[in-house]
Design a protein around this ligand. Structure first.
Ligand SMILES: *Cc1c(COP(=O)(O)O)cnc(C)c1O
Length: 399
């Protein structure tokens, strides 16, 4: 057993913020309008709406889109992404169509994308994996020319922008976008999702459906508080091994679940969001600094593929030459509790639970390759200089 273990992603939440959220909850004050105002200014969008998770946000967007375009039922998604994306599509009564990714920005392979479009295509979901901008300008040209809704999954990208263009915030560049405040996301609140758009017609449809969903129950709110205190306590290398070794918490497991909750947001998460919003920029700076350090130290190694830019990735993606090398190097990093992960273990058409829905036997070469050769390293505030040096030592020694 290893008594040191870095969380792979996310950020520490100051305990004072949680005390504050607790007291706001018991005094029953609403802070949702205030938070919405701040977010609208920050992301320069007309409309926004908070719900219980990123997946619930996506479900709501798709339900509304389906109501507007009733004859279309296909939604194109990357073959390598979070299985919750497919879960939202299926639960909205729509059909996920997988498309291969490219190995540069991990977004869509554009030629493959064009081939997936037909008269039944309702929407394209573009994902900014690791918070890195995928080629949204090109994808937008494609979606515009076929009159298809472009949904931007910025669950991993809150606060990040297009390269060298801080004005263009990821999530605000498609027809509609969403974010997640779940575990391991750029602003970790352990609960919540956010929809943003400038499209008033679509937003109106979304708002109508939103009014029919419930608020979290008192029990759910108390559970969230308990979870937050638990998280604050254990988000520390000397303690994170404890929750990690409890199987039912399923930390680091990629699961497909159609029974995700669809609720309005919890007032606790809103209070916490109001208190923590400044952390977005702060966390981003730390991740950028740590990325720059890793790039400088690892740049001379030809056997690994590194990110091309010193960008504030959510996690540092490192691509090695084969599956065998990946598994071995990952084992070395894990043995030191360095928070390295393989990320999603397989393309979506191989994901247990989901593959039975998709019946998709196509091969997505890049999705497959990435799932077999990727290692992610943590970049968050809990990672010390010593940890980064140990990562570099293990990697250079292995190579
Ligand atoms: C986490 C994530 C989601 C889902 O967000 P939740 O808040 O966990 O439901 C969707 N897409 C991507 C790319 C994600 O990383």
């Amino acid at each position: 057993m290893n008594f040191f273990s870095l969380p792979p992603s996310g950020n520490p939440i100051p305990i004072s913020h949680i005390f504050r959220a607790t007291s706001v909850f018991f005094r029953n004050t609403q802070g949702e309008d205030g938070f919405q105002k701040i977010i609208k200014t920050y992301l320069k969008v007309k409309h926004c709406l908070l719900v219980s998770s990123g997946t619930a946000a996506l479900w709501l967007i798709l339900k509304a889109a389906k109501k507007i375009e009733q004859k279309r039922n296909e939604v194109i998604i990357p073959a390598y992404t979070c299985p919750s994306v497919a879960a939202a599509v299926i639960r909205a009564g729509l059909k996920p169509i997988l498309c291969d990714i490219n190995m540069q920005d991990f977004g869509f392979e554009l030629e493959a994308l064009k081939k997936k479009i037909n008269f039944k295509t309702l929407a394209i979901i573009i994902v900014h994996l690791f918070g890195f901008p995928s080629n949204i300008k090109k994808v937008k040209q494609i979606s515009r020319s076929s009159n298809i809704l472009l949904i931007e999954d910025a669950a991993q990208a809150l606060g990040n922008s297009m390269i060298n263009s801080p004005q263009e915030k990821l999530g605000s560049l498609g027809d509609i976008g969403f974010y997640s405040f779940g575990r391991g996301k750029p602003l970790t609140l352990n609960h919540g999702g956010l929809i943003v758009t400038n499209n008033s017609q679509l937003f109106e449809q979304i708002f109508q459906i939103y009014q029919t969903i419930e608020r979290p129950s008192l029990t759910e709110n108390f559970l969230l508080l308990a979870k937050l205190y638990f998280y604050v306590f254990f988000f520390h290398p000397s303690l994170y091994w404890i929750p990690q070794s409890i199987p039912f918490l399923k930390l680091g497991k990629t699961i497909f679940d159609l029974n995700f909750k669809i609720k309005k947001t919890s007032p606790i998460a809103v209070a916490l969001a109001n208190k923590s919003i400044g952390l977005i920029e702060e966390n981003k700076k730390v991740r950028q600094k740590n990325t720059t350090f890793l790039l400088q130290r690892l740049n001379s190694f030809k056997k690994i593929n590194l990110p091309a830019y010193p960008f504030p990735y959510l996690r540092f993606p490192l691509i090695v030459s084969s599956n065998t090398h990946r598994n071995r190097l990952l084992a070395h990093l894990r043995a030191q509790g360095l928070g390295a992960t393989m990320f999603y273990p397989c393309p979506l058409n191989e994901q247990p639970g989901l593959k039975e829905y998709l019946h998709d036997t196509n091969i997505y070469p890049n999705a497959k390759k990435l799932s077999q050769t990727l290692i992610t390293l943590p970049l968050h505030q809990g990672v010390s200089h010593k940890d980064l040096n140990t990562m570099v030592d293990i990697i250079t020694h292995y190579l």
